[in-house]
Design a protein around this ligand. Structure first.
Ligand code: RP5
Ligand code: MG
Ligand code: MG
Length: 278
């Protein structure tokens, strides 16, 4: 099994805090590391944010770990996570940083990633890769404003929100700029978009190797593929970057893709499902 790498080493995003560096074999909590004493970082920007948990020291903060805690889902897709010294432990192991960093929730932070795909075409025909002889798949990619990396147009599941709703909402916000869309435009596309996003295939459900992860807070996602086989649905969508996306485009999928967090791993799974070129 691969260990997480994107949430290890280097400087933690939007801070000057350097993660403790250690080798892959010390990632698992079950492996002894008696001297492990990483720095702690808790972003001040989270204080008094309604969507964020209170600071750990707040006497009113009494989370129900591993449960649906009111409207906040503190359950992990991975299974039951451990609590050490009162704090949830990253199920994938050490990250070289304690605290919750810039993540809103202690423990799992739930996201959803829409993987919207279509075939690359030449005129009316699918384009095949000459060496693999397989059709080339494209997905709707956004460039993240925070780190400039290309990624899926995913986002956080709001408290009480259905994942199916998050998938559609985040796609609309980041790839169609729905937050700044005219009312007429929004209403015009509603029907087709609802239909298109009504049936998708769950590609992945679990931990994300995200550079914001810490020992006590981490990203998890449900990645769902919505495939436009004949290109007549998404093909009609007008893509416009919005919200935390600064660019949007159809990107060819292949093994050289370098994407944010573990997003290229999800692409491989989609390619296998649709028998596309990799
Ligand atoms: C990743 O962060 C998830 O896979 C998802 O794409 C994204 C959600 O965070 P924001 O886009 O809201 O920052 O771990
Ligand atoms: Mg978003
Ligand atoms: Mg996002």
């Amino acid at each position: 099994k691969m260990v997480h790498t994107k949430c290890r080493g280097g400087t933690y995003p939007f801070s000057g805090v350097k993660r403790l560096i250690f080798s892959d074999d010390l990632v698992a909590w079950s492996n002894q590391f008696p001297d492990y004493d990483p720095p702690e970082y808790n972003s001040k920007s989270l204080v008094n944010k309604p969507w964020a948990d209170p600071p750990f020291e707040d006497p009113n903060f009494k989370p129900n770990w591993n449960q649906l805690d009111g409207k906040v889902n503190r359950q992990s897709h991975v299974g039951v996570y451990d609590i050490r010294d009162g704090r949830p432990l990253n199920p994938e192991g050490r990250t070289g940083l304690k605290g919750r960093g810039i993540l809103g929730k202690w423990g799992p932070n739930h996201a959803a990633d829409p993987i919207v795909t279509r075939w690359r075409m030449i005129g009316d025909a699918k384009e095949f890769n000459p060496s693999s002889k397989l059709p080339i798949l494209q997905f709707c990619a956004i460039q993240r404003r925070d780190c400039k990396e290309w990624a899926l147009p995913g986002g956080m599941v709001d408290p009480g929100e259905q994942v199916s709703e998050t998938l559609r909402r985040e796609f609309l916000e980041e790839a169609m700029n729905s937050l700044e869309m005219s009312k007429e435009q929004a209403e015009k596309d509603q029907q087709m978009i609802r239909e298109f996003f009504s049936s998708g295939d769950v590609i992945y459900k679990g931990y994300v190797d995200d550079h914001r992860n810490t020992d006590n807070a981490w990203m998890e996602t449900v990645a769902v593929n919505f495939h436009d086989e004949d290109g007549t649905h998404v093909g009609k969508f007008e893509l416009t970057a919005g919200d935390d996306a600064q660019n949007v485009k159809w990107m060819d999928i292949n093994r050289d893709l370098k994407l944010y967090a573990s997003h290229s791993n999800f692409m491989k799974l989609v390619v296998e499902k649709l028998c596309a070129h990799w």
